[in-house]
Design a protein around this ligand. Structure first.
Ligand SMILES: OC[C@@H]1[C@@H](O)[C@H](O)[C@@H](O)c2nc(-c3ccccc3)cn21
Length: 601
């Protein structure tokens, strides 16, 4: 029979009111539950009224799964959700944080630190548009991006997920939300989520709040800061995200002045919802409520109580969903969690699902399958790589500039651990959660890019880590040395020494003392380079460029100029950290905003 909530001509508030009025407590709590795909099935969706599923980092239906395998999996789960009494569609989330990066053949864009170096919000918006299409290619409607952390200490393992140490740069880059979700209509009410349609995805501003400000950059640790510091450094990107209609916001594992963010009612409810009028839904991080206690999970019922009462609307459980559902149900029956809190959470979740048209189009098809890794997106990524490169040194006085390199040369040496390693140039969150070495997906290594850029008559010799006799017995016009950091994510990436991967320093010393060289650093953040700078003719920061290494060669050989500017301070020594632009004692090797320019030839 006719039910208002099923009628797309009804105003969204009417649909929400009608639907929520029909829902049982079990159906409401089901909407507040997000489970990992490994424990999901059509039956589980139906039996527990589950509202959302996610792929954790690297969680794929099959190795190198095609769009059709992804779509079949998502649709299978969706059919389970649609077979429930009220037929509320589920929403499937994934970390598409630099393209749809879990998916083989997807275009992997530069990580956020490199995008910050471009200072080009329009480019970032176009990346959001392309990413939305490549996420929809797999039938997925929701990404846990953008990370809008303001990383204040490069020792943090997630600093590459942060656009900049300067909140104004991060605020600019929230334009990616307009690409992912669609441009907001002129008269759109501030704070209300907006997702334009089937070629767009719901986004997620994360991790609320102060994730990039933890003590010594220790992941998930304590951000010790006064209110002025919080509101002037870490909070501003949330204003911009909310104005741009972001559909969801993820809470940070970290603590604020000793209070776990996942249990922080003042900030999640008091500030984000009441003061900033955020009307989308707040989602926890993975096991985020478990980590409210130490040890994690010590008192799960308390975790559920504290997280939900703080204002979390959907919990990324991700595995023990029956415990979560049982605990929350009993907390409501005991009146410890108020029904109004449950209704607020469900209303927010339904608002996102209604506004994005999920009730009208719950099932995916293969109409976007050809978007995955398509040429135009790879060309866009290549443009982003070009614009992300920062030229830190060019020539040793009194010589003229060393870059751009000539395409015609007698013989070119390419060396270094990162020259011919697609996995290294993609970094973390690439096919695997923590990324990995080697041919992880389709793309162009920096070495291949160089080979296809130089003149046919110019020989390119590759040696990953040549020794002195090799250098002595070979004659090269110049060398390109590509070194940097191995892939990492989250706590594994925390570092106290920020050194480049061995044998990088040796490669620099051996090659650059024998022949004029340019060093290209592939890293998620500034690393120790100061001791080696005198040895090299030129130095380029390439960050984590992703699959389209061609962009690096485009600029090294002068087809395009260097335009990138440091999004982060480059320290001389780790003993100086934390050190950010605006600090009283500011003595960097290269300051925030630095970048030598070369006009394209
Ligand atoms: O992938 C989902 C979310 C992601 O969106 C968050 O940014 C990130 O903090 C995160 N860490 C884990 C995660 C952490 C430890 C073990 C397994 C998974 C999962 N997730």
């Amino acid at each position: 029979e006719y039910m208002k909530y099923k009628d797309p001509k009804q105003p969204i508030n009417t649909r929400i009111k009608d639907l929520i009025g029909r829902m049982t407590l079990a159906e409401k709590i089901g909407q507040m539950t997000q489970i990992e795909r490994q424990v999901a099935s059509a039956d589980v969706m139906k039996k527990y009224f589950i509202g959302s599923i996610l792929s954790g980092g690297g969680s794929v239906p099959a190795p190198q799964a095609s769009p059709s395998i992804w779509v079949s999996m998502v649709n299978e789960f969706q059919k389970g959700a649609l077979s429930t009494r009220l037929g509320i569609p589920m929403i499937y989330g994934i970390d598409a944080v630099h393209g749809n990066n879990n998916v083989y053949n997807a275009t992997l864009f530069p990580h956020n630190v490199g995008l910050g170096a471009t200072r080009d919000p329009d480019l970032i918006k176009r990346i959001g548009e392309a990413t939305a299409l490549e996420v929809r290619a797999t039938g997925i409607q929701y990404t846990f991006a953008p990370c809008i952390a303001v990383c204040r200490d490069p020792r943090w393992g997630r600093c590459y997920e942060s656009y900049s140490e300067d909140h104004t740069v991060v605020q600019q880059m929230t334009d990616i939300i307009l690409g992912l979700q669609g441009e907001i209509p002129v008269n759109h009410t501030k704070g209300v989520p907006y997702v334009a349609g089937k070629d767009k995805v719901a986004a997620c501003a994360k991790h609320f709040v102060g994730d990039g400000g933890t003590h010594n950059g220790i992941n998930e640790n304590n951000t010790i800061i006064d209110e002025h510091g919080l509101l002037s450094i870490h909070m501003p990107p949330y204003y911009d995200s909310i104005i741009k209609g972001v559909a969801t916001i993820m809470v940070s594992y970290s603590s604020l002045n000793g209070v776990k963010m996942h249990a922080n009612h003042d900030l999640v409810t008091g500030y984000l919802k009441s003061k900033l009028h955020f009307r989308g839904f707040v989602i926890s991080d993975w096991l985020g409520i478990d980590r409210i206690t130490s040890p994690p999970g010590e008192n799960y019922t308390y975790s559920v109580q504290a997280g939900i009462n703080a204002g979390i609307d959907m919990v990324m459980v991700p595995y023990n969903y029956t415990d979560y559902i049982d605990d929350l149900t009993s907390l409501v029956h005991k009146g410890i969690v108020n029904m109004n809190r449950i209704d607020d959470a469900v209303r927010r979740i339904l608002r996102v699902k209604f506004t994005m048209g999920l009730f009208e189009n719950p099932l995916a098809d293969l109409s976007f399958a050809d978007q995955l890794g398509k040429k135009e997106h790879r060309e866009l990524a290549r443009e982003a790589v070009r614009k992300s490169l920062v030229l830190l040194k060019n020539g040793n006085p009194p010589n003229q500039q060393f870059l751009p390199l000539p395409k015609k040369a007698r013989r070119i040496l390419v060396a270094g651990s990162h020259a011919s390693n697609l996995g290294y140039q993609c970094g973390g969150w690439s096919i695997q959660w923590m990324g990995s070495s080697g041919d992880i997906t389709t793309g162009t290594t920096i070495l291949d890019a160089i080979k296809s850029t130089v003149a046919d008559s110019t020989p390119v010799v590759y040696s990953e880590n040549p020794d002195e006799s090799f250098m002595k017995h070979n004659d090269f016009s110049f060398a390109i040395v590509v070194v940097g950091e191995p892939p990492y994510s989250e706590t594994v990436g925390d570092s106290t020494d920020l050194t480049i991967l061995d044998p990088g320093p040796d490669t620099i010393r051996t090659v650059c003392s024998a022949v004029k060289c340019v060093v290209v650093i592939v890293s998620g953040r500034p690393v120790v380079i100061e001791p080696y700078v005198p040895l090299m003719e030129a130095l380029v920061a390439a960050w984590l460029p992703g699959t389209e290494g061609q962009g690096v060669a485009d600029v090294l050989f002068g087809d395009y100029g260097f335009t990138g500017k440091l999004p982060r301070t480059w320290f001389k020594s780790v003993d100086q950290l934390p050190m950010n632009v605006g600090d009283p004692h500011y003595d960097p090797l290269y300051p925030f905003g630095f970048g030598l320019a070369i006009n394209s030839s």
